[in-house]
Design a binder for this molecule. Structure first.
Ligand code: SF4
Length: 319
């Protein structure tokens, strides 16, 4: 995009944002231009908390569909728009409500913990929601003798089971196509190229359980390896005395990491960790959304009322 066109687009977006009195929320994986225009940039948990607290009557959600649904569930009186309805999530699409209902039949006494990357219908079938920030806390809040069905991310589920020591977690075999690409070989390669760097990894990553294993065995330096949500990465890099970090998550977060820590350097563990769904939100689509009030994400009341219960349980545990 030519810079003059870009400037024009940005000024029109700012004009319509003010006219509509809209709140723009953007996920950490959005393109830099969208992050720079947002009122708030954060991870799934932070964005759902903002959506629940805001006074604005109009929320433009620059993220993927399940996130806009969560905002709509938490703020049923507000209009929630997503600039592109096709912005989905490969992880969320791994399980639908009918598949979950069938799975639950095999474990009638189990409690269902759903990662927030699920549809509203799946949340409505769940007892608790969690994000990567609070998954350990949520699981720890459930009595130890209760069996847990964890959906849909197997890497996060495996990580949580290891950290909490739970033997009664049954984990659904789903994965995110972006995070599943990260393999131990990628980490070893980058860590030998940048021996002074700290290593930050998202728990959805394909190598997270092997990372824990390597760190425990001393194959990668335990003290320099941190398994963190994207919000956790933002906080950690600010307070750490290190100047170099290898980052294992979607590369969109590098923009914010660099912006908020201009003197530190951030190296992606792989350059191709790019979520095509997150990148579907562009400046022209954001402008269209503000101007024409498109595209509304509204969860039917019957589903929203049921889905709100596990989300609110999660928010209570995280507060
Ligand atoms: S990075 Fe993975 S989990 Fe996140 S929105 Fe994209 S497909 Fe879904």
């Amino acid at each position: 995009m030519r810079s003059k066109n870009k400037e024009e687009l940005i000024s029109q977006i700012l004009f319509w944002k003010k006219k509509r009195q809209a709140l723009i929320l953007a996920h950490n994986y959005q393109i830099p231009e969208i992050q720079d225009l947002a009122d708030f940039v954060g991870d799934s948990l932070e964005l759902s908390q903002k959506a629940a607290q805001t006074e604005s009557k109009l929320i433009i959600f620059c993220g993927v569909h399940f996130m806009a649904e969560t905002a709509s569930i938490l703020s049923p009186d507000k209009k929630v728009l997503i600039p592109d309805l096709e912005a989905g999530c490969s992880l969320a699409s791994m399980i639908d409500a009918e598949m979950l209902r069938q799975w639950k039949k095999n474990y009638p006494k189990a409690v269902v913990v759903s990662y927030v990357n699920t549809s509203a219908e799946v949340k409505a079938e769940s007892d608790y929601c969690c994000t990567s920030t609070n998954a350990v806390q949520v699981v720890n809040s459930i009595p130890v003798n209760r069996q847990i069905l964890f959906v849909p991310d197997m890497f996060l589920g495996d990580y949580v089971a290891k950290v909490t020591g739970r033997k009664n977690m049954i984990i659904y075999p789903g994965e995110c196509h972006v995070h599943a690409k990260v393999k131990p070989a990628d980490i070893n390669k980058k860590m030998s190229q940048y021996p002074k760097a700290e290593f930050l990894i998202h728990p959805e990553c394909g190598c997270v359980s092997s990372c824990m294993h390597f760190a425990a065995n001393g194959d990668i330096p335990n003290v320099k390896t941190h398994i963190l949500s994207t919000g956790g990465m933002m906080k950690y890099t600010k307070k750490s005395k290190s100047n170099e970090f290898v980052i294992a998550t979607e590369t969109g977060i590098l923009h914010r990491l660099k912006k908020e820590n201009p003197k530190k350097s951030f190296i992606p563990v792989r350059d191709d960790l790019v979520c095509r769904f997150m990148k579907m939100i562009t400046l022209p689509k954001l402008l269209n959304s503000l101007k024409n009030l498109e595209y509304e994400v509204k969860v039917p009341k019957k589903i929203a009322d049921r889905a709100r219960i596990p989300i609110e349980r999660m928010l209570e545990i995280s507060n």
